[in-house]
Design a binder for this molecule. Structure first.
Ligand code: NI
Length: 213
């Protein structure tokens, strides 16, 4: 009895689904979050040309990783993918989930009025510092269906959007604080990396409400 050909189950070249049917059943996966001083966090991410199933799979993985962390926002580069994709969910613990996806997000306006907000970042665990940013912004982006959208945001959403758009440009929230404080944080994380000690994120019950991502 002849065995199955080596390419059994794989789609033939030129068929509708060249990646093969297994692509549809790939489960969501929690991915590792990059921690400073990982140099990839300084990359400028590439725009998305087409929202295909690989991008939808990336978004699924980002939500899985963000909820698990837990964080309220995540940029793709934080899981090592230099693409301009941001996920967010600002719902409080007792509220239903409110996932939001921003593809190729771009600031089109920022208010002159500024406010200070204590920020944290999943790539800089256990460190929080006050950052001054515009209180309101307008952001244009593509939704997951590829439709152009523009929103005006204030408060936490405005802060979070600026924090995540910074990420896809290789900028971290510690770039907005004093050099003295930034150098102290970088030194702490470089030391931990040298010793091979993981810098553990806060336990779930200790995560403050201002945790950003
Ligand atoms: Ni962050």
């Amino acid at each position: 009895m002849p065995g199955l050909p080596a390419d059994a189950g794989r789609a033939k070249a030129g068929s509708i689904d060249p990646a093969g049917r297994t692509a549809y059943i790939a489960p969501m996966a929690k991915r590792e979050i990059l921690i400073i001083p990982d140099k990839r966090l300084r990359l400028k991410s590439e725009p998305i040309a087409a929202i295909d199933k690989s991008i939808r799979a990336l978004v699924d993985d980002m939500f899985e990783t963000m909820y698990e962390a837990p964080g309220i926002g995540l940029a793709a580069i934080q899981i090592g993918v230099a693409k301009r994709v941001v996920t967010m969910d600002l719902a409080k613990k007792d509220e239903p989930k409110a996932p939001q996806v921003f593809i190729n997000p771009e600031l089109t306006w920022k208010s002159e009025e500024k406010a200070t907000y204590e920020e944290g970042c999943l790539s800089i665990p256990e460190y929080y510092e006050e950052v001054e940013r515009p209180t309101g912004v307008k952001v244009k982006f593509l939704d997951l269906a590829g439709k152009p959208q523009e929103i005006e945001a204030r408060g936490l959403l405005a802060t979070c959007l600026q924090h995540e758009i910074d990420h896809i440009n290789g900028v971290l929230f510690i770039d907005h604080i004093s050099k003295l404080k930034r150098d102290m944080v970088l030194k702490k994380f470089k030391k931990a990396q040298k010793r091979g000690e993981p810098v553990k994120p806060l336990a779930d019950d200790k995560v403050p409400s201002h945790h950003i991502g």
